[in-house]
Design a protein around this ligand. Sequence first.
Ligand SMILES: [Zn+2]
Length: 302
Amino acid sequence: MKKTTPLFFLFLLLLLCIQQPLKAQELDYKPKVLLVTAHPDDDAIYAATVFKTTHLLDGVADLAIMTNGEGGYRYSTLGNYIYGKRLDKEEVGRANLPGIRKKEVMAGGDIVGIRNYYFFEQQDKQYTEDIQKALDMWDAEWLEKRLQEIIEEEQYDFVLTMLPQPGTHGHHKASALLALQAVENMQPEERPIILGTTIFRETDGETDFEMLEGYPLTSISQEHVPLTFDRTQKFGFEDRLNYNIIANWVIAEHKSQGTMQLFMNGVKVEVYLYYDINRDEDYAKAKAYFDAVNAAEMYKRD
Ligand SMILES: [Zn+2]
């Protein structure tokens, strides 16, 4: 056998040094994430972060959906032809969409790697921007309790909600508030980190959202910069691909719908804001998670 030379060890040391920065981006745990949404297509906002969490970081993502999505019949014009039913007629849509949309969300979930679905099946009665009206339409007390039970049982590292911004659907705001209340009920040291999520188009600036008026629990920390994932990052052959493809695939599964579809390809960045309810010392964990999400690389061609 050939004798190993000191030069070989020097080479090995050099190789380890080169690899060190990459290692530093990796997590020493498998992140467990719960997504909380109102309707069966809202989860598209988290698509790239969730894909990388489950496929590249060996993490787990579950999805909690408050409503059965039957109110989406208004946008089912194209769904009429795909499913062979007049889904855009209220009676037909309300009767058929809960089952259809459940299948659609699970098909989308297969793409990003959703493990468990929590269908809370609250009736999707009507559009309102009033969070209280939305909460009144649901069994809010039960939802808060169930969310808390699930979060405690599964011991998630992160809970991602929709950002309860004014001007957005009251159901979206209500789903975020219920998740925040569920987390607030827990012992501080047992709470997951909870983040409010929004998406920016190329033309959008920074969000100035601080808190939903009248709901201090929705307050966003002004000291901790939002965490982001830029979907327009390139990868693949000749750097032709980007992460909007993943979101597009998720959105495309929702053939009974029509408005989320207009967001295809239009998103620049997923933005995750640090709620004030989180402990200051936990921000480093959230930052490290998003650093890892950003750093995790797709397969490269040889
Ligand atoms: Zn929605």
